[in-house]
Design a protein. Structure first.
Length: 212
């Protein structure tokens, strides 16, 4: 149910990754029609929370609230574990903590910078078209269909039940998986240059985003 063939971003396509992030936030930040079940209700709740923030007056308060909400959107530890595999398991607790903090900051700053001067767009039509739950595994998949003008596309959310609550660990937009994107981008760097090189690259990118 959860396995499908997807196109994956390479390290040479940063513009596509930026578009993915922008579209993710836009489409999450709209009122949604619930399909059914707890996983869909969880995603809808996140949508409603982001919708309220995106429609606030543009300013620092809105930007800070957006950063906080974007950081809470995805379970980054689960994402990192799945994306990096054996390279994540071999890391120390200190290394894992540093990586998670950098990844969270990179994602939130990337999204916030692209939304500094943009208000919510209520012309997006979002429908929840399917929900699948894998019995016994705690995993679920929520599929949404997005219509904006003449454009139609889908965003799928992969969730995992943890401590009686759901967390999002992967998002698939236009057949591009966030988990597989980071695996495709980060694992080659680790294998060719080492863990320290990946951390340095992340810090350099973070410094660049903070200047914008």
């Amino acid at each position: 149910m959860m396995k499908a063939q997807r196109r994956v971003l390479s390290t040479s396509t940063p513009r596509r990754l930026a578009l993915f992030g922008l579209t993710l936030l836009l489409t999450m930040a709209v009122a949604a029609q619930a399909f059914a079940g707890a996983p869909t209700e969880f995603v809808k709740k996140k949508s409603d929370e982001l919708f309220g923030i995106v429609n606030q007056p543009v300013g620092d308060a809105r930007t800070n609230a957006m950063k906080k909400e974007v950081r809470a959107l995805v379970n980054y530890e689960e994402l990192a574990s799945r994306a990096l595999g054996v390279h994540w398991k071999s890391r120390t607790d200190v290394e894992k903590k540093e990586f998670i903090e950098l990844l969270e900051q990179l994602v939130e700053l990337n999204y916030a910078n692209r939304f500094k001067d943009k208000s919510g767009d209520k012309t997006y039509d979002v429908k929840y078209i399917d929900e699948k739950v894998r019995e016994g595994s705690g995993m679920a998949l929520v599929k949404t269909s997005i219509k904006y003008g003449a454009d139609n596309f889908e965003i799928h959310y992969k969730l995992l039940s943890k401590a009686e609550a759901y967390v999002i660990f992967d998002i698939v937009f236009d057949d591009i998986s966030l988990e597989e994107t980071y695996r495709d981008s980060y694992v080659p760097i680790i294998e060719k240059e080492g863990w320290g090189s990946l951390i340095k690259r992340m810090k350099d990118k973070l410094a660049e985003l903070k200047k914008r």
